[in-house]
Design a protein around this ligand. Structure first.
Ligand SMILES: *Cc1c(COP(=O)(O)O)cnc(C)c1O
Length: 419
């Protein structure tokens, strides 16, 4: 459920008509609904309250906007970060360092050091090499880094190949077979306190079975470690729960997910950690765009909009579907391809799709764009960096400015020897 609904024939974000924001801020623009974000944060948290000890770490990469992080901080969330930049954002939003999990497959020495100096709560190690480096950096500072070992459980997540992370051939984590020996060796290092295992098998998961299989394997590994006298007090179960992008799709609810977790982890006696991203942020945002013109095509017309793959990359990257709906729907329909202005054929949001009829100048939105939307935006084709707005009831605020191409140009330099 979200708060982007038609009222008096006009699509609203909560109580604000979307055309008002488009007129005042310009397009393209992302709009987030505070009420939707809060609701998703609470539904997920409440669902997991059936588990004894839980730590929630919002996956910052899914939506790193400072205002979004602030809302989640107020809802009791920590953060899962994958770079020093994300760590700085989480801290800037008021999240406590000890509530931050530092993940990421290629944390540099500088990033590990920055995490140690900030007092990060848990480093999720992707390799023995990284663990040894972290231990040395911590020992040199006279402290112990708290860490978990990310394990690749070699399960098929059943999602798009580009967002599957838990098969043996994926770059993430250490292999299941070698995990116990690596955990034992890392536990013996003076600069590190190994406290658990981490797993994250992929994103936009539509079924619970792959997660259940992965958690069962992690439970076995946990028992093996404990059998060897090693300490395991925390188990990080990652994120990955999918959301419907189309009306006809159904996904496991947070309550069903929580029930599965409760069953899978019944006798674990650990603090369970979660890293939800999409399930919290996905439905909280739309990308608003204006139709530049409708151009005749061979099979059907092209609706050329002012948003492009640089603003919303998911269709180009993952063949992802985003519903496209008019802000003032007339009730008429058309079959068209919806494309952006960028000089790439992958800059296509919808192919020969049955959509609300639109004409030049009309406003429309791409729905379910709150996760992996603005965060992936770039300035390809020297386009502006897309702005973000947050709505709360009848008020709204710009929570990220549009970055003008002139500002980016001003950061570039022609060397003397070319002038
Ligand atoms: C991306 C990511 C997440 C969040 O995934 P969602 O599918 O958005 O829930 C969680 N943990 C790790 C390690 C990730 O890389």
């Amino acid at each position: 459920m979200d708060h982007f609904q038609l009222k008096h024939g006009i699509l609203h974000a909560e109580d604000v008509p979307i055309d008002r924001i488009a007129d005042e801020v310009g397009t393209p623009v992302y709009i987030y609904s505070h009420a939707t974000l809060t609701r998703h944060a609470r539904v997920f948290r409440d669902a997991l309250s059936i588990l004894p000890r839980v730590h929630l770490a919002f996956a910052v990469k899914s939506n790193p906007n400072l205002a979004v992080l602030k809302v989640l901080q107020r809802e009791g969330y920590g953060a899962d970060v994958v770079s020093e930049g994300e760590m700085r954002r989480a801290l800037a939003a008021g999240m406590r360092a000890q509530d931050i999990v530092f993940s990421g497959v290629g944390k540099s020495a500088a990033e590990l050091a920055a995490g140690l100096e900030a007092g990060i709560g848990q480093f999720n190690l992707e390799s023995e090499e990284e663990g040894a480096e972290l231990a040395a950096l911590a020992a040199a500072r006279g402290i112990r880094a708290v860490a978990a070992l990310r394990v690749n459980p070699d399960v098929e997540a059943g999602t798009h190949a580009k967002i599957s992370t838990g098969k043996a051939e994926n770059k993430f984590g250490v292999s299941y077979e070698r995990a116990a020996e690596i955990y034992a060796r890392l536990s013996a290092l003076p600069g590190i306190e190994m406290r658990g295992l981490a797993v994250h098998i992929g994103s936009q998961l539509a079924r619970l079975e792959p997660l259940r299989d992965a958690f069962a394997r992690m439970g076995e590994l946990m028992r093996l470690l404990r059998g060897q006298g090693l300490c395991v007090t925390h188990m990080d179960l990652g994120g990955g729960l999918g959301v419907p992008y189309r009306a006809d799709e159904t996904f496991p609810s947070p309550a069903e997910y929580a029930a599965m977790v409760a069953e899978a982890t019944r006798d674990w006696d650990v603090t369970l950690m979660f890293e939800p991203g999409r399930v919290i942020a996905g439905n909280t945002g739309v990308l608003v765009t204006r139709v530049i013109r409708v151009k005749a095509g061979v099979n059907c017309p092209f609706v050329v909009v002012d948003a492009a793959m640089n603003d919303l990359a998911r269709p180009a990257l993952y063949d992802a579907w985003h519903d496209f709906v008019a802000v003032r729907p007339s009730g008429r329909r058309m079959v068209a391809s919806v494309v952006g202005p960028i000089c790439e054929s992958s800059d296509t949001f919808a192919k020969e799709r049955d959509i609300d009829a639109v004409a030049a100048g009309d406003l429309a939105v791409f729905r379910t764009a709150g996760a992996y939307g603005a965060t992936m935006a770039n300035t390809y084709n020297s386009r502006p960096l897309v702005p973000e707005v947050m709505v709360d009831g009848s008020r709204y605020a710009i929570v990220a400015d549009r970055i003008d191409p002139a500002a980016i140009l001003a950061a570039e330099h022609v060397p003397d020897w070319l002038a």
